[in-house]
Write a protein that binds this ligand. Structure first.
Ligand code: ANZ
Length: 716
């Protein structure tokens, strides 16, 4: 893409724009927040209340990428749960826009619906309070009620408005719409459960098949007409409804006053009835009666299209991304607001724009950024003698994390963000090979960075469609009390203290040993002691504590016959640790090394070659101690550059056997042990099995019975 084409692409897309929008304002943080940063009405950071307030802000048009952000999820190797969270957040809805004529007005009322097959059951319409037609259609008698209602709604957040559990409220406008399928006149209401920001900001209400509409119709005594019947087994087979369980009327009537009976979702009395929201067989729908939901949808959309009364439509829950904050800390926007009201970007040579030094950098709380007070920085003299003002909002913290991985590829480049050859080298074939991060980023960082990356891909700055190929979510490390660590709970573990007491290797090894990487698990100081003892044992195998020299038992001899089981265990351990590292099974790799060390410790003579191979596999787990031991053993270079040892596949395979491990007589796992393993080793291996540990649930076994070459039974 040429520079000109790039500029054209940027101009066409207009991905950044300023808008006066109802924002999430957090008084405590003194800044606005993106939708993704508001969880249950509270700020994601700090859990402070967030209110709605209109403000001029910078927005990024992430919605332009909604389709690709959903579609390309199929190409990444991410946990399914994260993909689902993200797909749900983007929230693709396929349905139709349907046009209703208004009685007595030359106006059209368009609605978005995912269920055009329920058109015959639409018994009233609802406009969002902010809908442009509200002022036009409201009758004189209804004016005051409508005005008051709209003023109230303006004060509520979208979350409050759409909360299913909240009591629905609304007012009648006095006006009517004409249902295009049966020319019925139906009343138009206003309610805040309809959002102006979604679809067309108006709905056709089908109380028999939508929970919110049902609650509303119940409250205001509006008609309920069942038009979809839950299919019985046979009906699924034959595709035609029998019509029983239908509401009163023939599809054009209103079934006023009584809930349709029949299906098992029905008939619990008007106040607490749940309506049938699933797919089924059409009833009371004129010539369409008897059709299955998906078929009906297609047919009715085609019919509406013929009559120019509707069309297929797709909507996304995803909203544009509010991209400005009123904080000092954040990348400043490289923009100037000129005296004549234009917004221009500062020239290339003036980049990067840096923040001015300020004494007062705390949020002002007024909605204005602290940068607005930095007069020297703020006012920029222009060549024509006028003064332009810098944009004073800053970018949110997500801006940096949207592209840092690209900068890491070429961090010292002063000419551009990154060199494209380096980008190709590091990012091929499908993006960052492995990304380890918390699940809390599902609809924040992991969504935002995908959006930026796709834009950069479109402009040819990156060579892959996706930024992160494989994603693993590490579990959370909890406090010793099993609760999330927090200062207020006083259960925070300070790693500096652990490192001071036990060393960095113990800290590191313990974190890997705690359990599967993906699961959350509580901290245990006893566990730290345990791995610390293991490292001490490993140390003492090599080093004579008294002299500080290599222990006499470590000898430069070829492993002889008598040490065969030892050699086998070494090869098994190399194999196990190697394959566990590949699958992120660090905890089981460490268990294998513990078994190995226990065994080696008992040997009178420890061949140096065996000891060295062990130190090599230990080194990525406990690098400091491994370097020391490597040096003690006479090496001058760092162990970090040594190759991973190879294992002898034959030796590993031939001499291994599989044993079933039972807990209280029930098989819990199978373990592989050397064919001639002694009872002690078998017991150790059995007790080190993750599944067995889980089955024991912290209890210590009463007895461990080993039946040679068959099974191990652990008795509680
Ligand atoms: C009629 C209908 C009948 C609906 C039925 C549902 C069930 P999703 O899946 O979330 O996209 N809707 C449309 N625009 C709305 C708005 N601005 N505010 C609140 N609700 C809105 O939901 C789409 C459905 O949500 C639409 O389909 C519409 O109700 C409602 F048996 O139309 B439906």
């Amino acid at each position: 893409m040429s520079e000109k084409e790039k500029q054209q692409f940027i101009d066409d897309h207009r991905l950044a724009y300023e808008a006066e929008v109802a924002v999430n304002w957090c008084p405590e943080l003194g800044t606005v927040l993106a939708n993704e940063e508001v969880i249950g009405g509270l700020s994601e950071r700090g859990s402070f209340p967030v209110i709605r307030k209109p403000m001029r802000q910078w927005m990024l048009r992430i919605t332009k990428y909604a389709e690709r952000l959903i579609d390309d999820l199929k190409d990444v190797d991410w946990p399914e749960s994260i993909k689902k969270l993200q797909a749900d957040w983007i929230g693709k809805s396929t349905g139709a826009e349907v046009c209703f004529k208004l009685a007595g007005f030359d106006e059209e009322l368009w609605v978005f619906t995912t269920r055009p097959d329920t058109l015959f059951g639409a018994t009233y319409m609802v406009l969002a309070p902010e809908h442009r037609l509200v002022d036009i259609i409201t009758t004189a008698e209804q004016k005051t009620a409508v005005k008051n209602y709209c003023a109230d709604a303006a004060r509520k957040s979208d979350l409050d408005r759409t909360d299913l559990a909240k009591e629905k409220t609304g007012v009648f406008t006095g006006a009517y719409a004409i249902n295009p399928v049966n020319n019925e006149k139906i009343p138009i209401w206003i309610s805040d459960y309809v959002l102006i920001s979604y679809g067309t900001g108006a709905i056709m209400a089908v109380p028999a098949h939508d929970d919110r509409d049902f609650a509303f119709a119940t409250k205001y005594d509006l008609p309920v007409v069942q038009v979809v019947q839950r299919p019985s087994e046979e009906e699924i087979g034959y595709g035609r409804g029998t019509g029983d369980g239908a509401g009163e009327g023939d599809g054009s009537g209103y079934g006023y006053g009584s809930a349709p009976g029949g299906g098992d979702m029905w008939g619990r009395g008007r106040t607490d009835i749940a309506c049938f929201i699933g797919d089924g067989i059409a009833i009371n729908s004129g010539q369409f009666s008897g059709l299955k939901t998906p078929v009906f949808k297609e047919k009715i959309i085609a019919r509406l299209e013929e009559k120019s009364a509707g069309r297929k439509a797709i909507n996304y829950k995803l909203r544009d991304w509010l991209f400005s904050r009123q904080r000092y800390w954040g990348e400043p926007f490289p923009l100037l607001h000129t005296a004549d009201g234009c917004t221009i970007s500062i020239s290339q040579e003036k980049l990067p724009l840096v923040l001015p030094e300020l004494d007062k950098f705390k949020p002002t709380g007024t909605g204005e950024s602290p940068l607005a007070a930095a007069a020297d920085w703020l006012n920029v003299p222009m060549p024509d003698g006028t003064i332009a003002k810098r944009e004073t909002n800053t970018m949110p913290q997500w801006a940096g994390s949207c592209w840092y991985y690209l900068r890491y590829i070429d961090p010292a480049n002063t000419q551009k963000g990154w060199d494209s050859d380096k980008e190709k080298y590091w990012m091929s074939p499908a993006g960052v090979d492995l990304y380890v991060g918390g699940a809390e980023h599902a609809v924040l960082h992991l969504l935002y960075s995908r959006f930026w990356h796709k834009f950069l891909f479109d402009l040819g700055y990156v060579s892959t469609r996706e930024p992160f190929h494989k994603l693993i979510n590490q579990g959370m490390i909890l406090g010793e009390d099993g609760q999330k660590m927090s200062k207020s709970r006083g259960n925070v573990v300070n790693p500096d203290k652990v490192i001071a007491d036990y060393g960095a290797d113990s800290m590191r090894l313990y974190e890997m040993f705690m359990g599967p990487l993906e699961s959350s698990k509580p901290w245990s100081m006893q566990g730290v002691e345990g791995v610390h003892r293991f490292l001490q044992k490993a140390w003492r195998i090599v080093v004579d504590e008294e002299t500080g020299l290599v222990d006499k038992s470590v000898q430069d001899v070829a492993p002889d016959e008598s040490a065969e089981s030892e050699i086998r265990l070494l090869h098994q351990t190399i194999k196990k640790v190697g394959s566990d590292v590949e699958t992120f099974g660090f905890n089981t790799a460490i268990s294998a090394m513990m078994i190995f060390v226990n065994n080696l410790g008992k040997q009178q003579i420890k061949p140096k070659s065996v000891v060295e191979k062990f130190i090599l596999i230990l080194s990525p787990f406990a690098p400091h101690i491994a370097e020391e031991l490597w040096e003690k053993l006479g090496h001058t270079g760092t162990i970090a550059y040594e190759n991973w040892p190879e294992y002898d596949a034959e030796l590993v395979k031939e001499k291994e056997i599989e044993l079933a491990v039972q807990v209280n007589g029930k098989i819990k796992d199978k373990i592989i042990v050397p064919a001639d393993a002694d009872e002690e080793l078998i017991k150790q291996k059995a007790l080190a099995s993750e599944k067995v540990i889980a089955a024991l649930a912290g209890k210590s076994p009463r007895k461990v019975i080993v039946i040679k070459s068959r099974l191990v039974n652990i008795v509680l």
